[in-house]
Design a protein around this ligand. Structure first.
Ligand code: ADP
Ligand code: MG
Length: 329
């Protein structure tokens, strides 16, 4: 099974940033309102993620590390309508197969916390008591220490950090109500303060995407039947790419959605001033009935399939077109 875990790890654990993505998604799924991320040496030496979510019960700690163990879906029907970010039960097993992983957690009903440790091949099933407030801490040391070929693919500390920074930014945009901090080599480097009121959301988006994005941005908001969309588009975002599309809280790269955006932009900008969509900046959240979208397309969960693709395409097209034309009037 360890080999299977390491093979699976090839799909979800490419670099420190992919580990952080999986762990933070778990914290979000656990209902955390506070997530603190600590890394050393671009995450290659250490990744520690602490949350104040629901925690993992003592009896479930070892299970959480087992392959294909997920508490998020229980039957095939659940797979048809996924509400959580995780559902494959693969991340912790994969990560622990290529690192030294410690999982510490406490649920609300327990009076003390518990800890399990796993190191590459030998997973010690020993669960021991450990002080911890409600929530979970996952500590990952020495990524790829047992798979040297993969370790060689790690880039400089600076490069790995910039991947991590991007992953954290994406999650901060998706979850404005969660307080997120990032610390690198003992120094606080990012603080995304939780938004208390809707009016503060733009401030948080600006702090993530830059003031110049927000200054140029027009907001977008529309709803029809089970489909709703909101966010911001900026026709000439000058700074680096701000292009984030979320479907039910999950960041996606999707050809259908890109096409709808691009077409709406090219056909609805003030008489065709823009002939390219390269400078189009956007942060868009699309929400729909989870039965209408399949997220189980790829292990990294970046791809989605819509059951009614045409309908979704046209909805996004119209919402963007409307925002652009209103702006030009
Ligand atoms: P998945 O997220 O696909 O279910 P994971 O391997 O990422 O699989 O996690 C396995 C299980 O461990 C989850 O289903 C969840 O029950 C538990 N878990 C992991 N991280 C946390 C966390 N931060 N808080 C609470 N439960 C967690
Ligand atoms: Mg997960």
């Amino acid at each position: 099974p360890q080999l299977a875990n390491q093979i699976a790890a090839g799909e979800v654990v490419e670099r420190p940033a992919s580990i952080i993505k999986e762990l933070v998604e778990n914290s979000i799924d656990a209902g955390a309102t506070r997530i603190d991320i600590d890394i050393e040496q671009g995450g290659c030496k250490l990744i520690r993620i602490r949350d104040n979510g629901c925690g993992i019960a003592k009896d479930e700690l070892s299970l959480a590390l087992a392959r294909h163990a997920t508490s998020k879906i229980h039957c095939l029907d659940d797979l048809e309508a996924i509400m959580s970010l995780g559902f494959r039960g693969e991340a912790l097993a994969s990560i622990s197969s290529v690192s030294r992983l410690t999982l510490t957690s406490k649920t609300q009903s327990q009076s003390e916390g518990w800890q399990v440790y796993a190191e590459g091949r030998d997973m010690s099933a020993v669960v021991k008591p450990a002080a911890h407030p409600q929530g979970t801490t996952v500590e990952v040391l020495d990524i790829f220490y047992n798979t040297p070929a993969r370790r060689r693919f790690l880039k400089t500390e600076k490069t790995e950090f910039s991947h991590i920074d991007e992953v954290v930014r994406r999650i901060a945009l998706a979850c404005p109500h969660v307080n997120i901090t990032l610390q690198h080599n003992g120094k606080p480097v990012r603080l995304y303060r939780a938004v208390q009121a809707d009016a503060q959301i733009e401030k948080r988006v600006a702090s993530i995407c830059g003031m110049s994005f927000m200054k140029n941005a027009m907001s977008l908001s529309w709803q029809h039947d089970d489909l709703s969309i909101h966010g911001w588009i900026a026709p000439h975002a000058k700074q680096e790419h701000v292009q984030y599309f979320y479907v039910n809280g999950r960041i996606v790269k999707d050809r259908l959605l890109n096409h709808a955006l691009k077409q709406a932009f090219l056909e609805n900008n003030s008489g065709g001033t823009y002939t390219t969509d390269e400078l189009l900046g956007y942060v868009i959240h699309l929400n729909l009935d989870p039965h209408q979208v399949d997220v189980n397309v790829h292990p990294a969960k970046h791809e989605v399939r819509f059951h009614e693709a045409r309908l979704v395409h046209d909805f996004v097209y119209q919402a963007v077109a409307m925002a652009l034309t209103e702006h030009h009037q």
